[in-house]
Design a binder for this molecule. Structure first.
Ligand code: ADP
Ligand code: ZN
Ligand code: ZN
Length: 742
């Protein structure tokens, strides 16, 4: 039982690691928990603080440690809840308490409160239409875009217009001078909720959507809290379901958090929530400054808003009456933190919901294998939407075998069938997207004649080419020289994949000289807001063809896109990661789901070297179940998650020698553990990136069915670290069920 409590007195960021230690009086030992607010003697005063850690270890001379005075009884502060959550994260993912606290508690920084401003259209419908024609004639695209939005919404939030629509303040000013719009301060629109909600909201849910909503509402109202998995095909109306549930929460006086991958947090998505909930919504994104972020948290804490939308970190919005956490596109890898603590938003959301009596709704057209497995086991409750709204058909999808193209002498990256369809769409003035699937494939060596990639004989994942001319397995460290002919078919067409989006752009322009082409990749989106600018331009038909990497697959509906070409569909199958097939299936399905959102049905061409692979075939028929069955066979066979669990310990040091010595020490220490039945230990081996910025990196993998055993191993290693088994130069990180190789 804990003897001492470490307490923080000031929840501001800089001082989180400043803890004070107190003795826990006998009568409180049973009751005291991490997160609780306590009264403590502080100098000559009595003040309040939060318990962040309970421990047996005295930090200084025992006789000088004073007892804490009591537990505050004025209800549970939201901070208590978040601190308890931080403590859970520390235990389950491995980190210091300080790192965990910094993740969950907002940075406090005083900033001047900014007044919100709004833009109001001053023209009548007819005048506006005339003005729009004028602006379009003069190719004033930004102003035209803003006017078009204003004609729809009448009033727009200034910040949204500049941040999401990318209209410069200068352009807004110009339009003000032209008498098109007026800039108003907040007071004028004290309560925009009713105004907007009543004006705009006219979608009536269909029966299937209603059924889903009713199920969750009824269970919530009867006091049941659980985790739901909503599996709904692309365009089945999941977002409408979310909004209906949120409206219900608000009616009950509860609040909601909606997690959306940053890349899908586009103007379109944001506006849908604003239209329905107006000022009660707040949006977090990575473009906000620390001060703006803190303002949003403050609004949440003060009860000024009911809904927080954002990527992973929005999960920690300090809502005191949280009722529902929604995670859209729950299969996205961005929900896993890449920094310590390496938490997964899904698991952390479930824990937060447990702590505060909320429910969790996970949504996806292609649920992660983990989540679907849990739904099958009855841990999550499965809800389904199997049809697109208004009976819109799923796009027609054909697979072209690239090996055959090569055999027939077509060395172009565009198959003959795709070229033919492109020509036809261009002549009809419809739009085309070309998606180059390059996810996780740097270093992969594969054969263009038979489609096989070079794999590890032990782990059945693809080997990765390193600079020294060798192929390496990221899981077990196995290595072999780069082959010159294909090991399966002896063809000499074996190499790394080099074609990038830029090269494809050139080829497309050569083949279709009259088409207007836009490219979206890391280069063209590096500039601030580049991503949305390209989406906006393509959305208003300023180009016929959009070429891009996985960025183009997310979060935007283009009604006029009727053809999607997936250029090398299965490249991502070769990623040296056991998730490769899952990611491929998800990407292909999501890409296919992008087309046919408008009135004309869509068509998809999947170009593949491995047309027989189950991930490609299942994507073609949009058959999640078929994919899942096959994938689970593979996961079971090789004891990968979700059936088993993985723990990676990453050791890093600038000192290579020291790192090796410490890895050996750790291995020795782990010898005892290795005899545990049903536990596999692999390594230490070089990480896939063996050296990064002069930092040497090694990994040890553990595999077992029992997650708690992995946590115990982590605890044991952390203890050894505290006892200074390793030198100070060597740093340790833990990653449970990693999303990608190291
Ligand atoms: P998903 O999130 O499953 O891809 P959305 O919620 O974005 O689906 O819905 C796709 C499109 O269909 C959106 O434009 C949405 O406004 C529209 N929609 C959804 N539900 C309905 C409905 N019941 N009636 C009419 N339109 C709907
Ligand atoms: Zn081959
Ligand atoms: Zn291996």
């Amino acid at each position: 039982m804990a003897v001492y409590a470490n307490v923080i007195v000031d929840i501001s960021h800089e001082k989180l690691d400043k803890t004070f230690q107190y003795r826990v009086p006998e009568e409180l030992k049973e009751r005291l928990e991490v997160g609780m607010q306590v009264q403590i003697p502080f100098g000559t005063r009595t003040i309040n603080g939060y318990v962040v850690e309970l421990t047996q270890e005295a930090e200084y001379e025992v006789s000088k440690i004073r007892p804490l005075l009591g537990i505050s009884e004025d209800g549970v502060a939201i901070e208590s809840q978040l601190i308890a959550l931080a403590s859970w994260m520390k235990r389950n993912y491995g980190s210091t308490m300080n790192q965990a606290l910094k993740t969950v508690l907002p940075i406090r920084r005083r900033t001047k409160e900014k007044q919100r401003r709004f833009l109001k259209l001053l023209l009548s419908e007819k005048e506006a239409a005339q003005q729009l024609a004028l602006l379009e004639n003069r190719h004033a695209t930004a102003m035209a875009r803003l006017l078009r939005e204003l004609m729809q919404e009448k009033i727009l939030d200034y910040a949204i217009v500049t941040q999401k629509l990318h209209i410069s303040p200068a352009a807004i000013k110009r339009m003000q001078e032209l008498g098109i719009l007026r800039i108003d301060a907040e007071q004028v629109y004290r309560n925009p909720v009713h105004r907007i909600a009543q004006k705009k909201y006219d979608i009536e849910l269909n029966d299937r959507q209603k059924e889903v909503v009713n199920t969750v509402q009824k269970e919530f109202d009867s006091g049941l809290r659980t985790t739901y998995l909503l599996k709904g095909v692309t365009g089945s109306g999941k977002t409408e379901v979310y909004m209906e549930l949120i409206a219900h929460m608000i009616q009950q006086g509860r609040q909601a958090i909606v997690l959306i991958p940053e890349i899908a947090l586009t103007y379109q998505t944001v506006m849908r929530f604003y239209n329905r909930f107006g000022d009660r919504v707040s949006i977090l994104n990575s473009r906000l400054s620390a001060g703006e972020r803190y303002d949003q948290y403050l609004r949440a804490k003060n009860g000024d808003i009911d809904i927080m939308i954002g990527p992973r970190s929005a999960l920690f919005a300090p809502f005191a009456r949280l009722g529902l956490i929604i995670i859209d596109e729950e299969h996205e890898t961005s929900y896993k933190s890449e920094t310590v603590p390496r938490y997964h938003a899904r698991e952390t959301a479930i824990e937060r919901a447990r702590l505060c009596g909320a429910s969790v709704l996970l949504g996806s057209a292609t649920p992660s294998v983990e989540s679907y497995y849990r739904a099958q086991c009855g841990i999550y409750r499965l809800l389904e939407l199997t049809q697109r709204v208004e009976e819109k058909p799923l796009p027609e999808c054909e697979v072209v075998d690239l090996r055959e193209e090569l055999r027939d002498g077509n060395r172009s990256i565009l198959s003959r069938r795709l070229q033919e369809l492109m020509e036809e769409r261009l002549s009809k003035k419809q739009q085309i997207m070309l998606f180059l699937n390059r996810r996780g494939i740097s270093g992969v060596v594969a054969c263009r004649a038979c489609g096989e990639a070079v794999k590890c004989p032990h782990c059945d994942v693809t080997l990765s080419q390193h600079g020294d001319g060798r192929m390496v397995c990221h899981y077990c460290g196995y290595t072999e020289p780069v082959p010159h002919v294909c090991p399966s078919c002896s063809s000499k067409y074996i190499s790394g994949f080099k074609a990038g989006t830029q090269k494809i752009e050139l080829l497309v322009k050569e083949r279709f000289p009259d088409a207007r082409v836009l490219r979206m990749d890391f280069d063209t989106t590096r500039e601030k807001d580049g991503y949305e600018k390209i989406l906006q331009a393509f959305g208003s038909h300023e180009a016929d063809i959009l070429i891009g990497t996985q960025m183009i697959v997310k979060g935007h509906d283009f009604a006029n896109v009727t053809l999607m070409g997936i250029l090398a569909a299965d490249l991502s199958l070769y990623a040296s990661d056991f998730h490769a097939a899952e990611r491929t299936f998800q990407l292909l399905t999501q890409a296919a789901g992008r087309v046919g959102r408008g009135k004309t049905p869509g068509q998809v061409v999947i170009q593949s070297y491995a047309p027989q692979h189950y991930a490609v075939r299942a994507a073609q028929t949009q058959d999640y179940e078929a994919f899942y069955r096959q994938e689970m066979e593979y996961r079971k066979l090789l004891s990968y998650p979700p059936v088993w669990n993985l723990l990676v310990v990453l050791l890093t040091s600038f000192d290579e020698k020291q790192l090796e010595t410490d890895c050996e020490k750790l291995k020795e220490f782990l010898d005892g553990w290795e005899k545990t039945p049903q536990l596999w230990m692999i390594g230490p081996a070089d990480a896939s990136v063996a050296k990064l910025n002069d930092l040497y990196r090694k990994v040890i993998y553990f595999k077992t069915a029992d997650y708690r055993l992995l946590v115990r191993i982590k605890d044991a290693i952390e203890k050894k670290q505290k006892e200074q088994l390793f030198s100070k130069e060597v740093k340790l990180q833990f990653d449970f069920n990693p999303m990608s190789g190291f």
